[in-house]
Design a protein around this ligand. Structure first.
Ligand code: ADP
Length: 333
C-alpha cells in the first residue's frame, strides 16, 4: 500500500489513530488523532506526539518483535484528566496505534464500585446490630422479659432502617431508568402539596402552604415523593416547633413559564461547603444525626433525578444559624 492509501484508510477510522514506521517516525495521523496528539506530528518521532513511556515502549516492542501490545495513557484535557487505552499492533512492517477514550467507562466503573461499597456498608450496620441482638436474645436475655422487650424494639427500628434503605434504592433505580421519559400526566400542584402536607403524621400543623393552584405536565407519584422528601427534611433538620413554609410562585425562565416551589425552614442551616454535594447518594452533613432521624442519605438524590426528569432544577440556599430554602423550579409547558 502507498502512503496515500494508508492515509485514506486511516481517515476512515472513527478513533484517533497513527501509523509509525519502525519506531522512529510518524507516517500518518487521522483527524481525531491530530486533535488528540497535535497537528504537526507527522514526520516526527513518536515521543513528540505521545509522552507516556508505556505507550512508547509498546511501540518499540511491536516494531522489534511484532504482535499486539496494550498500554494506558492519561493526559489532562481542558483541566480534566482523560484516560486512553492504546492498542499498538504490527501491520505489514508498520506500527498502528489506536487510542480509545475510556475516561467515562472508568468513571462509571468507579462510581458503581463506590455505590456497591456504600450500599453494603449501609446495610451491614443495621444487620450487625440485628445479629448481635438475636444472639443476646438467644442466650443472655433469654429469660428477661424487660430486656427482651427493649431489644425487640431496637431490632424493629433496625429492620425498619433496612426496609427504608431498600425502598429508597428501588425508587432511585426506577427514577433513573425513567429519567429520559418525559412525564405527561396533568398534575395540579397546589392540591398535590396539600395532600403531601396532610399525610405527614402529626406534623401537618407545622407546615404553612401559600400560592395559587397551577397545573403542569408531571408524574404525580414522583412529585409527591419530591415534596414529601423536602418537607420531611425541613421538619427533620429544622428547629423544634418552627413552621416550615411551602410556597408556590409563578416564574418566567429563559425556557418559558414555570412554577417555583420553595420549602423553607428555620433550622440550623447548611455550611456552603456541603451544598454542591447534598444531592450525591449517601452524602450527609452529619451522618450520625441523619441516621438517628431515620434518614437513608438517598432522599435528595431521588429528588434531583425526579426534578431533572421533569426538565426542572433544584436550588438550595442556606444560611448557617438561620435556615435553609430548597427551591424546585418546574416548567409548565
Ligand atoms: P437523609 O436521608 O440523610 O435526610 P437526604 O438526601 O434527604 O438524606 O439529605 C442529605 C443531607 O442533607 C442530610 O443528611 C442533611 O445533612 C442535609 N439536609 C437535607 N435537608 C436539610 C435541611 N432542610 N436542613 C439542613 N440540612 C439538610
Amino acid at each position: 500500500m502507498t502512503l496515500a492509501e494508508l492515509q485514506r484508510l486511516l481517515s476512515g477510522l472513527p478513533l484517533p489513530a497513527m501509523l509509525v514506521r519502525h519506531d522512529d517516525q510518524i507516517l500518518a495521523v487521522n483527524a481525531p488523532g491530530r486533535a488528540l496528539l497535535g497537528e504537526e506530528v507527522v514526520g516526527r518521532h513518536p515521543a513528540m506526539a505521545v509522552r507516556t513511556p508505556s505507550v512508547l515502549e509498546a511501540i518499540s516492542t511491536v516494531a522489534r518483535a511484532g504482535g499486539v501490545q496494550e498500554a494506558r495513557m492519561t493526559l489532562r484535557r481542558e483541566g480534566q484528566e482523560a484516560v486512553f487505552q492504546v492498542t499498538v499492533s504490527e501491520q505489514g512492517g508498520i506500527t498502528l496505534c489506536i487510542f480509545r477514550d475510556v475516561t467515562e467507562e472508568e468513571r462509571a466503573g468507579e462510581m458503581r464500585r463506590d455505590f456497591v461499597a456504600n450500599v453494603s456498608h449501609e446495610l451491614r450496620t443495621p444487620l450487625t446490630a440485628l445479629m448481635g441482638f438475636i444472639e443476646t436474645l438467644k442466650h443472655a436475655a433469654k429469660d428477661d422479659p424487660k430486656a427482651r422487650e427493649m431489644f425487640l424494639s431496637i431490632m424493629e427500628a433496625e429492620a425498619g432502617r433496612m426496609n427504608r434503605l431498600v425502598r429508597d434504592l428501588l425508587h432511585l433505580s426506577r427514577v433513573e431508568a425513567e429519567e429520559r421519559v418525559r412525564p405527561k400526566e396533568a398534575v395540579e400542584l397546589r392540591g398535590l402539596l396539600e395532600g403531601v402536607i396532610s399525610s405527614l403524621a402529626g406534623m401537618a400543623d407545622r407546615v404553612d402552604l401559600s400560592g395559587d393552584p397551577v397545573t403542569l405536565p408531571g408524574d404525580r407519584d414522583q412529585l409527591v415523593q419530591v415534596f414529601t422528601n423536602l418537607v420531611e427534611n425541613a421538619l427533620k433538620y429544622g428547629a423544634a416547633g418552627q413552621v416550615v413554609r411551602v410556597s408556590l410562585t409563578p416564574e418566567e425562565t429563559v425556557r418559558g413559564p414555570a412554577v417555583r416551589v420553595e420549602v423553607a425552614d428555620e433550622g440550623e442551616g447548611i455550611d456552603p461547603v456541603h451544598l454542591p454535594r447534598l444531592t450525591e447518594r449517601f452524602y450527609r452533613v452529619e451522618s450520625h444525626r441523619s441516621r438517628v432521624m431515620g434518614g437513608t442519605g438517598l432522599g435528595l438524590a431521588i429528588v434531583k433525578h425526579i426534578v431533572s426528569r421533569h426538565r426542572g432544577w433544584l436550588r438550595v440556599e442556606s444560611v448557617v444559624g438561620e435556615g435553609s430554602r430548597f427551591s424546585v423550579v418546574l416548567p409548565l409547558g
